[in-house]
Each structure stands twice: as C-alpha cells, then as structure tokens.
Ligand binder design. Structure first.
Ligand code: GAL
Length: 415
C-alpha cells in the first residue's frame, strides 16, 4: 500500500509539473497584515501561473492561535485543507495523527536535503519523511526602533535590559511611548523570551526546551519576571488586545520608540516604503546580540483526494523551495530564505545581519528555537507558559516569586 501511494505521488508530480493536471489547493494561513499578505500573494501568483486554483483560507490573528483552532475543527470534521501553515513540533503532532502526506518525491527532486540547513529540514520531517515545506527563517529576538524618536528624546539605543529601562525613562519624559506592544498572550511571550534570552542560551534552553524545574524556579527566572514587570511600565495604556502590526505602525509613524518583535515586523516597514538604516533601525533585542531565536514558517501538506489536487499540492511544495519564491517571499516577509546559498544582493542590512547571525550562531550553539513561536516545545507546554506569562504581565499583585512557582507547576502539568 505504501509502495503504491509513493508511485502515485511520483507520477502525479511528474505530470503535474508538465501542467497536465490543474488542481485546487486550499491554503490555511494567518498572513493578513500588509507585509504578510504581500508575501503569501507571491505563492498564490506562482500557483496560478502553473494553472492551479488557489483557495485562500486566511484566518486573521497574529501567531496563528485562531488559525490553529479553525484547523482543528476542520480536521475533526474530516475535511482539512490541502495545506496549512504549521510550525515546529506541531508538525510532529499532526504527523502522528496521520493527517500529513509524504513529500519525499518532490524533496528528492529538489534536493531538499542538500539545499536546506539541517536545523530546518529536521523540523519538516515526520519519522524521517518530508511532510512540510519551509518558506523562511524568521529571527525573533529583534528590536525595531525609530531613530528620530530616540534623537528627540536624547536617548541611546539600548544594548541590555538594564539600559532599556534607563533609556525608556528618557523617552517617556519626552512624551513618546517607549515600547509599542500589543496585549495578546503571544506578544507577551515574545517579549518575555527576549528578556530571558539575555540570561544566556544555556538558561533559555534549560527553561524552554528541557523544562528543568530547577531553572524554572531559579533566581535568574525570578529576575526575568521582575524585569518583565518593569518593562511593562513603558507600554502605553491602550495596549490591550492591540494587534502586533498596529504596534509596528506606532514605531513607523513616530508615536513609539521601539518594538520587540520578530522580523515579520520588517515586512510592515517595507510595505510602508520605509528603508532599513534610514527610517528605522533593527538591532538585536537588548543583551541578545550573540543569539538567534528562530521561527521557521512552513506549509504542511494534508492528505487530499483526487489526482489533480494531489498534483497541485506537490507543485505547491516544489515551488516553495525554488529560489525565485524564496527570494521574493522573504523580501516581502522580512525573514531570510530557508534555502542556503541564495544571492544576498536584493536583501537589506537587517536581512544581512540575520543571515550572518544565523550562520554564526549555528556554529556557537547560540541558535535556538523560539518558545513564543511554537518552535521549542509542544503546543500544550507553550500554552501553559503563555498563560502564566500573560497573567503575570497583567496582574499587578502577582510577585515574581509566585510567578516562577506557577510557571514550574504549569509546565510540569503539561509535559
Ligand atoms: C508568527 C509567524 C510569522 C508572523 C507572526 C505574526 O508566528 O511565524 O510568520 O506571521 O506570527 O502573525
């Protein structure tokens, strides 16, 4: 049966590439902001050029929490889309439930094992078989700053969280919002992990990958929560429920000085025609210049019926790894190509910094998966961390000591 399925996939792939089959792919994603929509439209355009039909299944909501809920209900009713943006260990969760289809033929043809760094290809496989195609690598530990606001406030760009607090005070006194933030659990977690990362990758990995009880309860973790609460003072009153891209626009239009966000934020600057190094500055989140928290976006492929639709799905996987798509998509998205050895000329200084840091950190051991973006742990543990982090951020009466206790207990209960 397995052999037959493989032969069928390979045949469909060959014929599909010759455009004898025109199928439909339904693609679930949450890329609805300016930069995100421009990026996914690149893939749509390429599929349409191949003669296929693209059925867009966009579920708005940063970091995909709502999209994942919708995906679960579609899968439970036996009708998953052909493809969905799923990341990290969640790919394994869907693979183990038997939903994902085998992409080994298209991967062999495109030499994915050669053109992808292993840290990327490992995530795309379930039990050694490709089931997802990576579109990019996002760096999460970034800070986006408006240089004009810094200048007018007489503040320096901070390179540690202690310095952040000093500079933020000056910016606040000058009448600007120091930190553009949106009050959503995943955004709180993005900020929290950036603060934790300053304690070093070893600490970060013990907390968010190994889930060491001792580390989760450590003095370092108490310090992280305390800093997190202090940083909270520099967020404006209207932050609750704000979308991340609205927070980015506060930096773009000079209302706020900084945002801690992955480099999908750069997609918003690009969509607003702003230039890196001139209109805005990118620099590593304070105290984390040697590290790289990665977030790999990928489209996992679900089992679908019908030769035409299977051919379209295999074409989708093939196109994603092609250099043309990897370049254009990532120029819009703010990320760097997942594919190695891509020409760098069209990318800006932030992307170059990210490319250099990706390579350097992969040799020093400072390349580490983002907890906030579903790369370091199961969705259950991630959800448990989110809850504690966001509750602490929004509850003035909770102490850092109480928070670490809650964190350690919540993580243990979800392992
Ligand atoms: C991340 C995702 C990015 C970006 C961001 C905001 O989790 O990997 O591609 O879309 O959410 O929605």
């Amino acid at each position: 049966m397995k052999k037959f399925a493989f032969a069928l996939t390979a045949a469909a792939l060959t014929v599909g590439a010759a455009n004898s089959y025109a199928g439909e792919v339904e693609v679930l994603h949450w890329w609805t902001s300016g930069g995100e929509a421009a990026s996914i439209n690149v893939l749509k355009g390429l599929m349409v050029e191949e003669g296929h039909t693209w059925k867009d299944f966009a579920v708005a909501g940063g970091a995909g929490e709502s999209a994942m809920t919708v995906l679960k209900s579609r899968a439970i009713s036996g009708n998953p889309p052909a493809s969905a943006q799923i990341k990290g260990p969640t790919i394994q969760e869907w693979g183990s439930l038997g939903f994902l289809t085998n992409l080994d033929a298209v991967a062999a043809q495109g030499e994915w094992d050669v053109v992808l760094p292993q840290v990327v290809s490992d995530v795309m496989k379930y039990e050694g078989h490709y089931v997802a195609a990576p579109v990019n690598v996002h760096r999460v530990n970034w800070m986006w700053a408006n240089p004009e606001v810094f200048r007018k406030s007489g503040a320096e760009l901070p390179t540690s969280w202690d310095q952040f607090l000093v500079e933020a005070e000056k910016i606040k006194a000058a009448g600007y919002t120091p930190l553009a933030h949106g009050g959503q659990a995943w955004q709180d977690a993005t900020l929290f992990e950036a603060i934790a990362l300053e304690k070093g990758v070893n600490f970060y990995n013990k907390a968010f990958i190994a889930h060491s009880d001792q580390t989760l309860r450590s003095q370092d973790m108490i310090d992280v929560f305390n800093t997190f609460k202090q940083v909270r003072k520099y967020v404006d009153v209207g932050f609750s429920g704000r979308d991340w891209n609205v927070a980015t626009s506060m930096v773009i239009n000079g209302e706020a000085a900084m945002q801690i966000m992955g480099d999908w934020a750069k997609g918003e600057f690009t969509a607003a025609n702003k230039k890196a190094g001139i209109d805005y500055v990118c620099l590593p989140a304070p105290g984390t210049s040697d590290s790289f928290t990665f977030n790999i976006d990928s489209l996992a492929m679900f089992k679908v019926e019908g030769k035409d639709n299977q051919a379209a799905q295999q074409d989708l996987a093939r196109l994603i790894l092609e250099p043309e798509f990897q370049e254009t998509f990532n120029l819009n998205k703010g990320s760097i190509p997942a594919r190695l050895n891509m020409p760098r000329e069209k990318f800006d200084t932030c992307a170059h910094a990210s490319m250099d840091s990706f390579l350097a950190s992969s040799t020093t051991g400072n390349l580490t998966p983002s907890m906030a973006h579903g790369m370091s742990t199961s969705s259950m543990v991630q959800g448990a961390i989110y809850d504690v982090v966001t509750n602490f951020f929004n509850d003035d009466s909770m102490t850092a000591e109480q928070a670490v206790d809650k964190l350690a207990r919540a993580v243990k209960a979800s392992l």
